[in-house]
Design a binder for this molecule. Structure first.
Ligand SMILES: Cc1cc2nc3c(=O)[nH]c(=O)nc-3n(C[C@H](O)[C@H](O)[C@H](O)COP(=O)(O)O)c2cc1C
Length: 191
């Protein structure tokens, strides 16, 4: 039998095996009404009841953290291939007063339950109220914990389920390397 080849990875390389991850444009707003949008991929669910999720934000004075702390709200806007490059452009740190969405040809629309606007082009949105900011020990990121209060989806299939094929969501691998959400497979489960 042929020997299986196994490559050993450094700890930091091993962390990046947790890829690809869904990309979202996270929108926030400050008390003066300035809207901020930036791409994030360290995002995930935490709890079903209540519905809680997190956005992991680098500790380097990001507007997303500052603005989320001000109004205690944020919106996770999933990104589809159709506006992927514009969404990634929103990573730019613009001079004060400039709005990333406007600057890169994207648009705002009113959210359902929070005052922070959503991204009009997003195929799906998750509206959150900030319940907690957690600083994991020794971490270079903080976790914005959001309670999901509303959501929207433009593409639904039978039984009220989101249509992932139609949404064409993008995922981040690393650097400039992205992927689309892949094909569906069904497996048996032993509950
Ligand atoms: C695809 C992609 C995913 C990213 N994911 C994260 C992330 O999960 N956490 C983070 O702190 N920064 C992430 N960034 C970097 C932020 O977008 C970048 O630091 C941005 O300038 C932050 O903007 P803000 O200061 O308006 O929050 C990501 C960038 C890209 C392009």
């Amino acid at each position: 039998m042929e020997d299986e080849r196994i490559f050993e990875l450094s700890a930091s390389k091993a962390l990046w095996l947790l890829s690809p991850r869904l990309v979202a444009l996270v929108t926030t707003m400050n008390k003066e009404g300035k809207v901020n949008a930036a791409p994030y991929s360290f995002i995930g669910p935490i709890s079903i009841d209540p519905p809680l999720c997190y956005v992991s934000v680098g500790k380097s004075n990001k507007d997303t953290e500052a603005f989320a702390r001000e109004l205690k709200q944020f919106v996770i806007n999933l990104v589809s291939e159709t506006f992927a490059q514009k969404a990634i452009n929103c990573e730019a740190n613009l001079p004060r007063g400039k709005n990333e969405l406007q600057e890169f040809g994207l648009h705002m629309r009113a959210s359902k339950k929070v005052v922070v606007p959503s991204v009009k082009e997003a195929p799906a949105t998750i509206e959150c109220e900030l319940t907690e900011v957690i600083e994991p020990k020794d971490s270079d990121h903080i976790l914005l914990i959001g309670r999901v209060v509303a959501g929207t989806c433009k593409f639904m299939r039978e039984q009220n389920k989101p249509d992932l094929d139609a949404m064409k969501l993008i995922m981040h691998v690393a650097g400039t390397h992205f992927r689309l959400v892949g094909k569906r497979i069904d497996l048996e489960r032993r509950y």
